[in-house]
Design a protein around this ligand. Structure first.
Ligand SMILES: Nc1ncnc2c1ncn2[C@@H]1O[C@H](COP(=O)(O)OP(=O)(O)OP(=O)(O)O)[C@@H](O)[C@H]1O
Ligand SMILES: [Mg+2]
Length: 250
């Protein structure tokens, strides 16, 4: 397996506030990375840098051995945001249409037939088990169902990397488990690499292949089971934050 992402010595500040300091890590193709850290630890900032939404100030980021700037917004890296599941009731689009919005980047460049586009949309809806809701208005779906539609929209272009920033905010515990299961399936069956941002270490360690703990600097990068077998004190030190408040007992 090759290397997908290489982040080297990245530091970032907003005005004079240093939020990332000398951050380096790499992600292999096919990995399912859990990016965790307390509120304000720089998780969304590193994601924005990966997506080219925030200008790189110091260090470098490469995807497939090329500067990330060449990949941003070209369908290789797709994104589901923290606020994805906040569609208003009555928003005039069906699940099928919302997924179709993910295809626009390919239209105009090389226009596939309507039939081919429909096929891609249904394929994506099927992958997230939302086929039966294809013609339902997005606002009439539950938060968890909407979230699945947003995943479908994000994968309809068949990206190499899917980044999800706290996608389970507002989703209940049982559905969160199903949601992680869905992500695992996309990772294993389609080979899409994933970065899942969360500040809830407890519920993601059983699903991810790599755990990355960020709190301005990288405090841990490795195997989730090694992390789990540490004592609370060791973990608190690595994490730079009191673990008791966020670790769930299974
Ligand atoms: N556009 C901005 N301008 C100024 N400060 C910002 C900006 N975006 C983020 N910050 C600050 O940078 C720090 C890191 O923010 P970031 O959003 O990366 O954290 P996070 O780890 O994603 O937090 P959360 O878990 O709450 O989503 C915070 O202190 C935040 O207030
Ligand atoms: Mg954030």
């Amino acid at each position: 397996m090759g290397q997908l992402i290489e982040v080297s010595n990245v530091s970032h500040r907003y005005d004079r506030h240093l939020v990332l300091e000398d951050v380096s890590f790499s992600i292999d193709e096919g990995a399912f990375v859990g990016l965790v850290g307390p509120n304000g630890s720089g998780k969304t900032t590193i994601i924005k840098l990966l997506l080219g939404l925030e200008k790189l100030q110091k260090g470098s980021i490469e995807a497939f051995d090329k500067p990330i700037q060449k990949f941003a917004n070209k369908g290789h890296i797709s994104f589901v945001s923290q606020k994805a599941n906040s569609f208003n009731r009555g928003f005039p689009a069906t699940a099928k249409e919302v997924v179709g919005m993910g295809l626009t980047s390919k239209i105009g460049y090389f226009k596939p037939s309507q039939k081919k586009l429909e096929y891609l949309i249904f394929e994506a809806l099927d992958l997230v088990n939302m086929m039966e809701y294809a013609n339902t208005n997005i606002g009439d779906l539950s938060g968890g169902q909407q979230q699945r539609v947003f995943i479908a929209r994000a994968i309809v272009n068949k990206p190499s990397l899917l980044i999800l920033d706290e996608p389970t905010v507002g989703v209940d515990t049982e559905n969160v488990e199903n949601f992680y299961k869905l992500l695992s399936d996309l990772n294993k069956q389609l080979g899409i690499s994933l970065i899942l941002v969360s500040h809830d270490i407890g519920s993601i360690t059983t699903h991810v292949t790599d755990l990355l703990c960020l709190n301005k600097t990288i405090h841990y990068h490795g195997n989730p089971s090694d992390f789990e077998s540490m004592t609370d004190e060791q973990r608190s030190q690595l994490y730079g934050h009191d673990m008791h408040t966020i670790t769930h007992d299974h």
